[in-house]
Design a protein around this ligand. Structure first.
Ligand SMILES: Nc1ncnc2c1ncn2[C@@H]1O[C@H](COP(=O)(O)OP(=O)(O)OP(=O)(O)O)[C@@H](O)[C@H]1O
Length: 812
């Protein structure tokens, strides 16, 4: 279809597309238009990676806006939100107003009301729904990118419920869902009452195959020589072979450590092929990478980049990842070894893709498990750069003839698995039932069932009873914890969220996290911790008592309104404040925080620490024989990492001590900040009087500094290192800074004129992080790529960070 023939789109669009090199639509795009995508029809497009899905969505959104409507584009990762915003900004010249909402600064995002197109993660949209953002009623088109992720056990239910809610809010809403090629695209189309474009068309041929011995075996039955030299690994041989043809290679491996090791090794394969000019440009990029942070990860990455190789994983800082992606697109970096995060949508095509590891460690399944066909096909789909390569090649590597056969059967010739809803799981339902009742989508048990009828789960299941059973268990759990009330009414049961339940829902907490936090705060308020610590009872005795309670009628986390009322008593003033460590531990043990793993030898170390610092913990410590003890110790490890960070321990020492990347530190800090903000709100709502101590711990974690430095570090563009330098130069707080002599500031900031000016200017502004948390601020970091909330794109498009701010991110 010629671009001039697309109906109902703005009249400037055909010329704009032509200027971009798009004269006619790709076949699946043409089918989407024929299915009425520009005329408000629902559509599911199940199309291979890099086959122009974004343009399908763009056509739907532009046509919808042209009719006076407003569109929402839901992405699975924050990093993708920034990428999509950049893509849509090209239309701002025609008056289209684009906003991105991923960050933690808005509540119901009132500023988004005037935007034509809003890009947001599914968690953010869920929280906007919970906060009753009025502009959601004006939506006319919603796009769900990578909708096959409804299959994800962790985050899928949020996307599923959010789409169901948006569609209930506005029954005329056009729904466009973009999916990878999956086994059951028609099930998604049925669920969304949508037409289906199910195609395996690609703009560039993709040849899949397996390397074995000295040859490539491709799916069309052809074989070509690809010799592996003595002492060379097959991956290096493939990279070398691709380079000789001036192509680049993307290598998928199964762990961060493997990604780093592979980049280090492959650098020596690439280096001899670089030109002098490339070496110079790579050296500049390496210098930028070193600037980002003072860590081993940063140095290792810079070393690899100097040789034309790089790694890319969720433990890298967002700035690192962005630099690597750009250098790879510019064809300066010739090989990137990546964990599967990179396959999840970021646009980095390459001539060849090597899926080196097709198994991944999975603790719950007890060892190495094969990747899904869908995942492997997504990675393979990155092969072939439109306009640059004649075709793409995607290869697995076999070490034996049997493995060669197995890989063909398992991946090359296999169809992707069907996508299945994961909604009927306790954590998902506990959270979404409360949110659904609190935000008025249902007010009875029957209403909830009806709402759940609109989900993919209901359209897929043959076992209706299961959802109902889990739902009833969760209603009971929420009632027991005083988040919800139920009352018989006629044949059924009315459900209402309590005031506490409303708060928990708006704060975006898993109700179980809220119960854990409330319980810990109450225990502290009652003096449980110290009483135990003072009474000389052994840890084993205390744990036995805890076990007895746990085995009784009331589960841990049980909180009644009368208990809470008792806690508001006047004795609070005599009680010591909880320590930052105690509070970090409290939030680290909630299900909303991914804990750090205990490595061998850690258990003993943290057990010692637990006993040494026992008086600081909020709530009881499980016995050493309790299976929950190990989790409790993992939370202690996370808490100590946060404590180190908030005590200005050097970043390099922190990453080294806990065996994590700088991105992980940042992810944990953001999650802790969010959970402590929530704890502060809960303490306030329950009259527990602990809010100031929680706020202090939060602000210290946020800025990574001692208490004396929080005021200074809270000044925009100052950050951790600069706060310390200013403090050492005698400027102790914001007031001092406002009065300070510019030459002193300049001296402390090592003569950086622009930085000093920006810092002085910012000293006059209010510091939002010192304010109490607005209960409406429900934003949470999106732990959405394997625990990495480190893409740094928070609030992109809302408050564009200036250059100075960017550089202060280097503190992470
Ligand atoms: N009809 C077309 N003609 C020529 N180029 C096109 C056409 N449609 C899209 N493209 C180009 O193809 C490239 C890949 O498209 P796009 O990124 O939209 O694919 P995608 O399917 O959304 O990828 P992903 O699987 O990563 O989400 C882009 O550079 C885009 O500009």
């Amino acid at each position: 279809m010629d671009v001039a023939d697309i109906p109902a789109v703005p009249e400037w669009l055909p010329d704009h597309l032509r200027a971009d090199g798009i004269e006619s639509l790709y076949p699946p795009q043409g089918q989407a238009v024929e299915a009425g995508i520009t005329e408000g029809e629902n559509l599911v497009a199940s199309v291979p990676t890099a086959s122009g899905k974004t343009l399908v969505a763009t056509l739907a959104m532009l046509a919808s806006v042209e009719r006076g409507g407003k569109a929402l584009y839901i992405v699975p990762l924050r990093a993708l939100a920034s990428e999509k915003r950049e893509e849509f900004e090209q239309f701002e010249q025609y008056g289209l107003d684009v906003g991105v909402s991923t960050g933690n600064y808005e509540s119901e995002g009132g500023w988004l009301a005037t935007k034509d197109v809003v890009v947001a993660t599914s968690e953010k949209v869920d929280s906007l729904v919970r906060n009753d953002a009025p502009w959601l009623d004006d939506l006319t088109c919603v796009v769900s990118d990578e909708v096959h992720l409804v299959d994800d056990g962790q985050r899928g239910p949020t996307l599923e419920v959010t789409l169901a809610k948006l569609r209930q809010l506005n029954p005329d809403l056009q729904t466009v869902a973009l999916s990878a090629t999956i086994g059951n695209a028609e099930a998604l189309a049925d669920w969304l009452d949508a037409a289906l474009v199910d195609s395996d068309w690609r703009p560039i041929d993709l040849k899949k195959g397996v390397h074995y011995g000295q040859a490539l075996h491709l799916e069309d039955g052809s074989q070509s020589e690809l010799p592996v030299r003595n002492s060379e690994k097959p991956t290096a041989a493939i990279v070398r072979d691709t380079l000789e043809d001036e192509g680049s290679t993307l290598v998928f491996v199964n762990s961060r450590r493997n990604a780093e090791a592979a980049a280090g090794r492959l650098g020596s394969t690439v280096e001899p092929h670089l030109t002098a000019d490339e070496r110079d440009r790579l050296a500049d990029i390496a210098a930028e990478i070193r600037e980002v942070s003072d860590t081993e990860t940063s140095d290792d990455l810079a070393d690899a980049v100097e040789q034309g190789a790089a790694f890319h994983h969720a433990g890298c800082a967002s700035e690192h990842r962005a630099l690597v992606e750009e250098a790879f697109r510019d064809r300066l970096v010739k090989v990137v070894s990546a964990t599967p995060t990179l396959a999840a949508g970021v646009n980095t095509p390459s001539r060849r893709v090597v899926v080196r590891d097709w198994r991944r460690y999975d603790g719950t399944a007890g060892g190495m498990q094969p990747l899904s066909v869908l995942e492997v096909h997504q990675m393979m789909g990155r092969a072939g750069r439109p306009g640059l390569d004649p075709y793409g090649e995607a290869l697995l590597i076999a070490n034996s003839h049997d493995e060669l056969d197995e890989l063909f059967e398992r991946y090359v010739w296999a169809d992707p698995e069907p996508v299945e809803s994961k909604l009927a799981a306790e954590p998902a339902l506990r959270t979404h039932i409360l949110a659904t009742v609190a935000s008025g989508f249902a007010n009875s048990r029957e209403g909830l069932l009806e709402f759940l009828e609109g989900t993919l789960y209901a359209s897929q299941t043959t076992e209706r009873g299961r959802l109902e059973r889990v739902m009833d268990d969760m209603i009971e759990y929420l009632e027991r914890n005083e988040f919800m009330e139920r009352e018989p009414s006629g044949e059924g049961e009315d459900l209402t969220a309590t005031s506490l339940g409303h708060t928990v829902s708006r704060l975006y907490l898993d109700p179980m996290s809220a119960a854990e936090i409330i319980d810990g705060l109450r225990a502290w308020q009652r003096g449980d911790g110290r009483a135990r610590a003072d009474d000389g009872a052994s840890a084993a005795e205390r744990s036995a008592a805890t076990d007895a309670v746990a085995e009784g009628e009331e589960p841990p986390g049980f909180t009644t309104a009368s208990d809470l009322a008792d806690d508001g008593g006047g004795e609070a003033a005599e009680r010591p404040e909880p320590t930052a460590m105690g509070l970090y531990h409290l939030v680290a043990r909630t299900p909303d925080m991914y804990e750090l793993y205990l490595r061998s030898g850690d258990e003993e170390e943290y057990q010692m620490l637990a006993f040494e610092r026992e008086a600081e913990f909020l709530g009881s410590m499980p016995s050493e024989f309790d299976p929950a003890f190990e989790d409790w110790l993992s939370a202690l490890k996370t808490a100590r990492m946060l404590e180190d960070w908030a005590s200005e321990v050097d970043e390099e020492v922190v990453t080294d001590r806990y065996g994590v990347g700088p991105g992980d530190v940042r992810g944990k800090v953001e999650t802790a900040q969010w959970l402590l903000g929530a704890a502060e709100s809960l303490a306030g709502e329950l009259g527990l009087g602990l809010a100031p101590a929680i706020r202090e711990a939060r602000v210290r974690a946020e800025h990574g500094v001692r208490e004396e430095l929080t005021d200074l570090a809270g000044v925009r563009s100052v950050g951790r290192k600069r706060a310390r330098r200013l403090f050492d130069a005698g400027i102790e707080n914001r007031a001092d800074l406002r009065e300070a002599d510019k030459s002193v500031v300049l001296g402390a900031l090592r003569g950086r004129e622009r930085t000093a000016e920006t810092v002085l200017e910012n000293a006059g502004h209010r510091d939002p992080s010192m304010d109490g948390v607005d209960p409406d601020d429900s934003a949470r970091p999106d732990e959405n790529d394997g625990g990495a909330s480190d893409d740094g794109s928070g609030a992109a498009g809302t408050e564009p960070d200036d250059e100075e701010d960017q550089s202060s991110l280097g503190d992470f």
